[in-house]
Design a protein around this ligand. Structure first.
Ligand code: NAI
Ligand code: MG
Length: 332
C-alpha cells in the first residue's frame, strides 16, 4: 500500500484532482489518500498557504498529488509552490508533452526537464536605487544535478537525443556554466545520446513550427516554465500538460496549469493534465503497468470517446473522466 498526500488547492485544482483520483481508483486498490490543505483554504483556516502540518504530511507520505493554487498580490505573498519545491528539495521538474488527443499529423513526444530550485523563478527581488534588482543564482551543484538527472532519464526512457536550451550568448557566465556542464556530462556518455544545444528564443519558435524535432530538453527554471506552456499549446493547451517535481527523497506531481479562475466551478476544466500527472506518479511509485493503463485509457478516450471542451469538443470534466475510467477498467 502506498500513501499519497492529496493537495487539491484552489480554483479548478479540486475539480481536476477529484477526476484523477477516480481514474487511479479504477486501476489500483493499493493507494491510501491523505488529504492536506494548501492555498486559499489553508490561509483562511490556518493563516498559512502551506501550513506546517501539510508540509509534514507531504514528507511522511510516499508521494503527493497537487492541483493548483491562486497567487495573491502584494509583497508579502509567500508562494506555497516555491516553498514546497525548496523545502522538499524537488530539484527536477519533468514535463512530458505528448499529442495524446491525436490533434497533429506528426508525432510530438517531448520530455522537458527543468531545473526547479534556482534562477529567476525563485523570485528574489530587492528594491535598489528607485528600481528593482532581481537575483538570479546558477550554482555548479544545481547545474550538475539537473543535467545528470536529464541525461539519466533520457537513457532510462530510451530516448535518442537531448537538447540543452539556454541563453549563453548573453548570459555568458551563468547560462554558460549550464551549457559547459551539459557538454561535459554528455561527452562522458561516449556518444550514446545525440546532444545539441539551442538558444531559448529560437527554441521557442521551433517548438511551435517543428515540435516533432525535439526529444529531451534540459533547461533552466524560468525557460522551462515558459517553454513547457508553449509546448503544451502545441498539443492542445494547458489542460494537456502533466508534470512531476522530483527530489532525492520526495516528489509532487501536478498539472502544469494554474487555478484557472476564469473557468473554475463550471465543470468544464480539462482533467487530462491532472490524470496524466497521476499516471506519472504511479510510474514513480513502481506501478508502471497501471501508469500505462491510464495513458492508454486517456489516448483511447480521445480517439473513440470524444473531445474535451477546451479543444472544441463537448465533454466536461466529469463526462471525460467517465470515458477514461471505463476504458481503464476494460484495459485492466
Ligand atoms: P492558468 O493555467 O490558471 O490559466 C491560463 C488559461 O488556460 C486560462 O484561460 C484557463 O482557463 C486555461 N486553462 C488552464 N488549465 C485548464 C484546464 N485544465 N482546462 C481548460 N482550460 C484550462 O494560468 P493563469 O490564468 O496565468 O493563472 C491563474 C492563477 O493560477 C494565478 O493566480 C497563477 O499565479 C496561478 N498559477 C498556479 C500554478 C500552480 O499552482 N502550480 C501554476 C500556474 C499558475
Ligand atoms: Mg507555469
Amino acid at each position: 500500500m502506498k500513501s499519497i498526500c492529496v493537495l487539491r488547492g484552489d480554483g479548478i485544482g479540486p475539480e481536476v484532482i477529484d477526476c484523477a483520483i477516480e481514474v487511479m481508483d479504477a486501476v489500483t486498490d493499493d493507494l491510501e489518500f491523505v488529504y492536506a490543505s494548501i492555498g486559499n483554504e489553508a490561509f483562511r483556516n490556518k493563516g498559512s498557504r502551506l501550513p506546517e502540518d501539510t508540509l509534514q504530511t507531504m514528507t511522511e507520505t510516499d508521494s503527493c498529488l497537487f492541483g493548483a493554487v491562486t497567487s495573491a498580490s502584494g509583497p508579502l505573498y509567500d508562494s506555497p509552490v516555491l516553498r514546497f519545491r525548496s523545502e522538499l528539495d524537488l530539484y527536477a521538474n519533468v514535463r512530458p508533452v505528448r499529442d495524446i488527443a491525436h490533434r497533429r499529423d506528426s508525432a510530438v513526444d517531448i520530455l522537458i526537464v527543468r531545473e526547479n530550485t534556482e534562477g529567476l523563478y525563485t523570485g528574489h527581488e530587492v528594491e535598489v536605487d528607485e528600481g528593482v534588482t532581481t537575483m538570479r543564482r546558477v550554482s555548479q551543484r544545481a547545474v550538475e544535478r539537473i543535467v545528470t538527472y536529464a541525461i539519466n532519464l533520457a537513457e532510462a526512457s530510451g530516448r535518442g537525443s537531448i537538447c540543452c536550451v539556454h541563453k549563453a550568448n548573453v548570459l555568458r557566465e551563468s547560462d554558460g556554466l549550464f551549457l559547459r556542464e551539459f557538454r561535459r556530462a554528455v561527452a562522458m556518455k561516449e556518444g550514446q545520446l545525440t546532444a545539441s544545444d539551442q538558444l531559448v528564443d529560437s527554441a521557442a519558435a521551433k517548438l511551435v513550427t517543428s515540435p516533432e524535432e525535439f526529444d529531451v530538453i534540459v533547461t533552466l527554471n524560468l525557460y522551462g516554465d515558459i517553454l513547457s506552456d508553449v509546448a503544451a499549446a502545441v498539443v492542445g493547451g494547458l489542460g494537456f500538460a502533466p508534470s512531476g517535481n522530483i527530489g532525492p527523497e520526495h516528489s509532487v506531481f501536478e498539472p502544469a496549469h494554474g487555478s484557472a479562475p476564469d473557468i473554475a466551478g463550471r465543470g468544464v476544466a480539462n482533467p487530462t493534465a491532472a490524470i496524466l500527472s497521476a499516471g506519472m506518479m504511479l510510474n514513480y511509485l513502481g506501478m508502471p503497468d497501471q501508469a500505462a493503463q491510464i495513458a492508454s485509457a486517456v489516448s483511447d478516450a480521445y480517439r473513440y470517446g470524444g473531445r474535451t471542451i477546451d479543444i472544441g469538443g463537448s465533454l466536461g470534466s466529469r463526462a471525460f473522466t467517465e470515458e477514461v475510467v471505463r476504458r481503464a477498467i476494460e484495459g485492466g
